[in-house]
Design a protein around this ligand. Structure first.
Ligand code: NAD
Length: 497
């Protein structure tokens, strides 16, 4: 048997081992006997080296004209396009989602890289007349310095690109820690940036775990901002870690996203959306549809049709083109999902289909779970309130549109929501009143595009938005400039009265 491939960290423009010389395994969730590679089990000392390199590189990178920085990003985007298929296959092998979805993940990175490359020529500030004569005023964006980034495993190339590309175009340097379950896709992204000509030290990759890499990165005094995507629990710890030094921190966390299906909806469209929203990426999306709130007039019929579709889904290895749903990412996710299924049963929700691990035949060596639907759920049940992050969806019957909105808003999260209706008035009321950062009308809760702001309210986020032009707000600070060409002291608020 060939020895496993050994991957390295990328620090100061070089591929290097961790100072620990230890490694961790990256396994295929569809076949956990298959080792994808060994990755460096990094230590706080590796973080120190990466931050020192990024700090040094910041001196020059911040002075490179933004359009020139954009040219490097354009080259990177083209390389990603060339390698899309191979990178998607590798991502399916390390993360499990089906090829159509991993192609989408790489495409999102391509879109984000092209988009931010263009921002190199669009970092507009403001100019305004001063209140004083012969005086000029304007604002410019300034980079922050070294940005620390911590990412989850469910979008292992797209999410790193959402953070790295806007940070770079604004003139910051980067230290990124990918999730330990999926380091290869982030490795591939960083390798592309290297080949595109990113100067040494500007982007640094440190693989490893939260305690040894994430925590020291958050605490490091030379890290000037932290961007985190992951669970609300870890996000809270990251936020607390940033508080003593008032480090800006962008948090993108959990969701418990609801789809409302009204009695006037196009039922076929709503069903298609429900299947894609609930079981796409095996339910492991922050925007996954995990609650379906259905008007009671159509509830029995909707349940029946949705159960038929869920049962027909082909679950298996995502590299197989006929497969529609891949495995969960690891054993611990299987246990979490199964734990919630037991909770649902004990709470009195009606298990309509699924509710079991798939472990026979083709599923024997993977982390597979059956598409699961609970019916007759009550809004306050734990399976309706807490993020499960698996292929489990709860159906909640309601008697009116107003009740549907109340139930939709009755969770601590606020990432995404959807409403299926043909009534324009209801659609506009829902767009206004649903407490989420993203609202879809006649489309499922998933499907973000890179040129629109992405993020959530309540305990999903802390007020920032990723993607689009809004991402620049986090990765730059406004500097206000006053230029007095009067040749005399002019006092604002005093001399012009
Ligand atoms: P997680 O919170 O367990 O881990 C996220 C990252 O944080 C990993 O890289 C992990 O190693 C690191 N980490 C763990 N402990 C840390 C600590 N104490 N300090 C610093 N870093 C630490 O999340 P996950 O299981 O990788 O991802 C699933 C979660 O991510 C879900 O809750 C999901 O909703 C959320 N998510 C949110 C969005 C969004 O944009 N809102 C997108 C994708 C995923």
């Amino acid at each position: 048997m060939a020895p496993p491939k050994v991957y390295k960290n990328f620090i100061n423009g070089e591929w290097v081992d961790s100072v620990s010389r230890e490694s961790f395994e990256n396994l295929n969730p569809a076949n956990h006997g298959e080792l994808i590679g060994l990755f460096p089990h990094s230590t706080p000392e590796d973080v120190n080296r990466a931050v020192a390199a990024a700090r040094e590189a910041f001196r020059c990178w911040r002075l490179m004209p933004a359009p020139k920085r954009g040219e490097i990003l354009y080259r990177a985007a083209r390389l990603l396009q060339e390698r899309k298929e191979a990178m998607a296959e590798q991502m399916t092998m390390e993360m499990g989602k089906v090829l159509a979805e991993t192609r989408g993940d790489v495409q999102e990175a391509i879109d984000m890289t092209f988009y931010m490359a263009g921002e190199g020529r669009r970092q507009f500030g403001q100019t305004t007349p001063s209140e004083l004569a012969n005086k000029f005023a304007m604002t410019v964006r300034s980079p922050l310095g070294v940005c620390g980034m911590i990412t989850p495993w469910n979008f292992p190339m797209a999410i790193p690109s959402w953070k790295i590309m806007p940070a770079l175009i604004c003139g910051n340097t980067v230290v990124i820690k990918p999730a330990q379950d999926t380091p290869l896709s982030t490795y591939n992204l960083v390798q592309v940036l290297e080949e595109a000509g990113i100067p040494r030290g500007v982007v640094n990759l440190v693989c490893g775990f939260g305690r040894e890499v994430g925590v020291p990165m958050v605490d490091h005094q030379d890290v000037r901002a932290v961007s985190f995507t992951g669970s609300t629990e870890v996000g809270r710890a990251v936020s607390i870690g940033c508080a003593p030094t008032f480090k800006p921190v962008c948090l993108e966390m959990g969701g418990k996203n609801a789809m409302i299906v009204m009695d006037d909806a196009n039922l076929e469209l709503a069903l298609e959306g429900a299947v894609w929203g609930s079981f796409g990426t095996t339910g492991q999306r922050c925007t996954a549809t995990s609650r379906i709130i259905v008007h009671k007039e159509i509830y029995p019929h909707f349940c029946e049709l949705l159960v038929d579709r869920a049962r027909a889904l082909r679950v298996g290895n995502g590299l197989d083109k006929s497969v529609q749903m891949g495995p969960l990412v690891n054993e611990s996710q299987v246990k979490t999902v199964d734990g919630y299924v037991q909770i649902g049963k004990s709470e009195g929700a009606k298990l309509l289909t699924g509710g079991e691990r798939l472990a026979d035949g083709d599923h024997a060596s993977g982390w597979f779970y059956a598409p699961t639907i609970f019916g007759d759920c009550q809004p306050r049940m734990r399976i309706v309130q807490e993020e499960i992050f698996g292929p489990v969806v709860s159906l909640i019957p309601v008697g009116s549109f107003e009740e549907a909105l109340d139930v939709g808003n009755d969770v601590v999260y606020g990432l995404s929501s959807a409403i299926y209706t043909r009534d324009v008035n209801k659609a506009f009321h829902a767009m206004r009143d649903l407490e989420t950062g993203i609202v879809y009308v006649n489309a499922p809760t998933i499907g973000a595009e890179t040129h629109l702001p992405f993020g959530g309210v309540k305990q999903t986020g802390n007020g920032h938005r990723e993607a689009a032009i809004t991402a620049l707000e986090f990765y730059s600070e406004w500097k206000t400039l006053y230029i007095d060409y009067s040749d005399r002291l002019q006092r604002a608020q005093i001399d012009n009265q």
